[in-house]
Design a protein around this ligand. Structure first.
Ligand code: GDP
Length: 442
């Protein structure tokens, strides 16, 4: 997430040796411009960031530290369109929100993600499938709703407006109603009219525009059109875990003047994060985002688990059994690379782990079978596993030697990661913050 943009900024800062003259500043600004444009930051937004950064030096001496500060301040002013982030509730329940966007942007998935997020806050949510254009959308929402035990409104009607009307009648039984509206492949008048009539009926507290972060500059233009036609009050950017360059986040907020409220960072339903500008800026600047990670982890790990892991990390003892336990935890938090991206200095480890398939239950099953066929000594020290031991384990667990090799390689990577973890200041900050959060919860 934000990898390319973030590493671009770091390159700008690392490459340029600032002597305190305006030539050096121009060179740095030029490099910054290239980085921004290369990462899909809208040209007008780029211009604004450059001019704000440059202005800072009218009253401050030129230097590397000040450049970093100027850039942070500028990103802050671009991203902080107002202070309304995450979810907001109407004064009289239920809070109704419309999910809008182009087809394929991740609207239906994000509706369910939002429902899960709100369920975690003890809210009673009703998902309302008003996307009757895409045949599979209703079934998809039903399946997703079932998987998180959230009600999905069931209607015989084929008209989105009718479905919305019927759902509203049930409104008093819920805290939040999420209306998943139809998307099209491109913006068209019929879609806008349909949205407008649903809007007039539902009188939503918020209209979220769900934007695919891979859509680059096009994404900014379609968000703009939606905003002009129906008026959006928040943007949710999806697929930030993919090869997104991150530029759209900066551009949408500034160009449309509508705040980014959440970001989607994976295909799984827990992969939704409240968009907090300060945290994103610190991530862009390479400082990591320990707090988000601590909050996520605190929600899936027990106090004892946190303490045990703390002890193990301190001693550098991370066994293959811990590995399995952690895989289960990691699955609950989100994708591995998104987690690693939040830890300062672990960006490289994150890219190395991208190909590990933690979601593949077959793989986890294999690892468990493998562990069952291992002796206690082997479990504690997998480095003794030579060829004949591996063959024996493969036979015992009904797997191929290649499966064993792959599983051991994954463990090796995780063990290395744990070691890196214990060496980083960020990791100890993370652990102590986790401890504090646990203490607060009691
Ligand atoms: P809709 O047509 O806008 O309702 O889109 P869907 O909700 O069906 O999503 C389209 C595809 O994007 C699906 O395969 C989703 O799993 C995927 N998707 C949605 N959000 C994210 C995300 O944050 N990250 C990733 N990697 N995939 C996502």
């Amino acid at each position: 997430m934000f990898d390319t943009l973030g590493s671009g900024f770091r390159t700008v800062l690392n490459k340029i040796r600032f002597s305190d003259d305006s030539k050096a500043l121009d060179k740095a600004l030029d490099e910054l411009k290239k980085t921004l444009l290369k990462n899909d930051v809208y040209h007008k937004t780029t211009k604004e960031i450059l001019s704000q950064t440059k202005d800072y030096f009218k009253t401050n001496p030129i230097g590397k530290e000040n450049f970093l500060k100027a850039l942070s301040l500028s990103l802050e002013s671009i991203l902080k369109t107002n202070l309304n982030y995450g979810f907001s509730y109407s004064s009289v329940p239920p809070t109704c929100v419309l999910m809008t966007g182009l087809q394929g942007s991740g609207k239906t998935t994000t509706s369910a993600k939002l429902a899960l997020y709100l369920k975690g806050k003890n809210k009673k949510v009703l998902l309302v499938p008003c996307d009757l254009q895409r045949l599979a959308a209703v079934t998809q929402l039903k399946t997703l709703g079932e998987s998180i035990e959230v009600d999905v409104f069931n209607s015989e009607s084929k008209k989105p407006l009718e479905v919305a009307k019927e759902a509203l009648k049930l409104g008093k039984n819920y805290d939040v109603l999420i209306f998943d509206t139809a998307g099209r492949l491109a913006i068209d008048e019929a879609l806008m009219d349909e949205l407008d009539s649903i809007k007039k009926l539902v009188k939503p507290h918020d209209i979220f525009y769900v934007a695919d972060s891979l859509s680059g500059q096009d994404g900014v233009r379609s968000a703009d059109t939606f905003n002009q036609k129906v008026g959006i009050t928040g943007v949710i950017l999806t697929k930030f875990d993919s090869d997104s360059k991150g530029g759209i986040a900066l551009s949408i907020a500034y160009q449309i003047g509508v705040p980014l409220r959440f970001i989607g960072v994976g295909e799984k339903l827990p992969d939704l994060e409240v968009f907090l500008p300060d945290r994103i800026i610190s991530r862009l600047m390479g400082a990591g985002d320990i707090q988000t990670l601590a909050e996520k982890t605190a929600s899936v790990m027990s106090d004892k688990e946190v303490k045990d892991i703390q002890k193990k990390i301190k001693k550098g003892n991370f066994t293959i059994e811990d590995f399995i336990a952690q895989i289960e935890n990691v699955k609950k938090i989100g994708s591995m690379s998104s987690i690693m991206g939040m830890i300062p200095g672990l960006g490289n480890v994150a890219s190395g782990l991208k190909n590990m398939d933690f979601d593949n239950s077959e793989e986890i099953k294999n690892i468990k079978c493998m562990v069952n066929s291992m002796t206690k000594k082997e479990r504690l020290d997998p480095s003794i596993l030579n060829g004949s031991r591996r063959k024996r384990i493969a036979k015992g667990s009904g797997l191929e030697v290649s499966d064993i090799n792959r599983a051991l390689k994954q463990f090796d990577m995780a063990a290395k990661m744990a070691k890196q973890f214990s060496g980083k200041k960020g990791a100890s900050d993370f652990m102590s913050m986790l401890g504090q959060m646990k203490a607060q919860k009691r």
